[in-house]
Design a protein around this ligand. Sequence first.
Ligand code: PLP
Length: 408
Amino acid sequence: MTDSLKCEQVPYSALATEYGTPLYVYSQQAMAAALNQYQQAFASLQPLICYAVKANSNLSILRYFAQLGCGFDIVSGGELQRVLLAGGDAGKTIFSGVGKSKAEIEFALNNNIRCFNVESLAELERINTIAASLDKIAPISLRINPDVNAHTHPYISTGLKANKFGIAYQDALAAYQLATTLPHLKITGIDCHIGSQLTDLSPLIEALERMLLLVDKLAEQNIELEHIDLGGGVGIVYQNENVPDLAAYATAVSQLLSGRKLQLMLEPGRSLIGNAGGLLTTVEYIKQGEEKNFVIVDAAMNDLMRPSLYQAYHNILNTCPTTADEFVADVVGPICETGDFLAKDRTISAQAGDLLLIQSAGAYASSMASNYNTRCRGAEVLVNGTEHHLIRQRETVPDLLASEIACL
Ligand code: PLP
């Protein structure tokens, strides 16, 4: 390994020197390339690609995807505020999630979003009531749970009967019938999202087939849909997974949609940003425990929750030239939890002061970060060629304490 390890043309070591660590680093070119792959694969269908904001909601990231023509998939009023602030188009924004509050629905209606992905009958009624009070018609799509096994980690599998998401497949027709009776709703589509980090895309195709059966049954009842939304879920390579075949997925979708007047929508998150980002962290200490070695770094589970939450694997590279021997160690953070680890039993060569790069940390990393242990969230940098821009300042302890009240 040499210190020439770079993000685009910028050495990681230079970024760490300028901005400190832990530091999230994103490649603009990698984001554009990932989106381009979708645009090329699905070119014949001209889909509306709604970037899933939850994957990484930094304003500059959203602004860049907006500039590239993306719409957005949001799951909260806060995410809608981000999209609007970033210059995103509300008319290309869809609102998913099982627990939309009254205030969030009102805010979304007042901003004329593209549609609500409705997840329950109670939500249908709530949106109708709020739309009536605002004298508006709410565009809605029903999120159907197609009961397809996505074969992914149980915590990111969402399309099974046991999951809290969507309307049960067998209840879908009745739910659409109910929607037709609610005067302040306009039925525009159908959607599903069966899970995340799918490396075999065949469950997505199975879900589409099942949804199209419903589309046909709805048409028999004179309920004509304008769009079909297949959600996100396309996986990325973290370790040695199969590279998901986006082109084959697109071909299968094109065949299944051919002859139909349904606009395709997609909600990718991880596959647009996951491998465009990394997390830089500095080694604080090497510790030889009784049974294990530990590489203790300045990033922790609050910066990258995925290993603790899902036992997720992230590849780790040492950006510093080193002749030190390799050893097997857990890479851990300073947080006072045994669950605070970034890697387990990893063969690594590292010494105190080295700069490590945790790869594939563009998605579900900074957006899931917390302040546990009163740790300040890391800075974020966007790299484009030889240029780099700070897109989020490192938090300070006064930032964290500003909203707290010591009343006694
Ligand atoms: N759409 C919905 C409703 C989601 O819940 C998610 C994330 O799980 C996504 C899209 C994005 O999924 P992914 O990042 O796997 O593409």
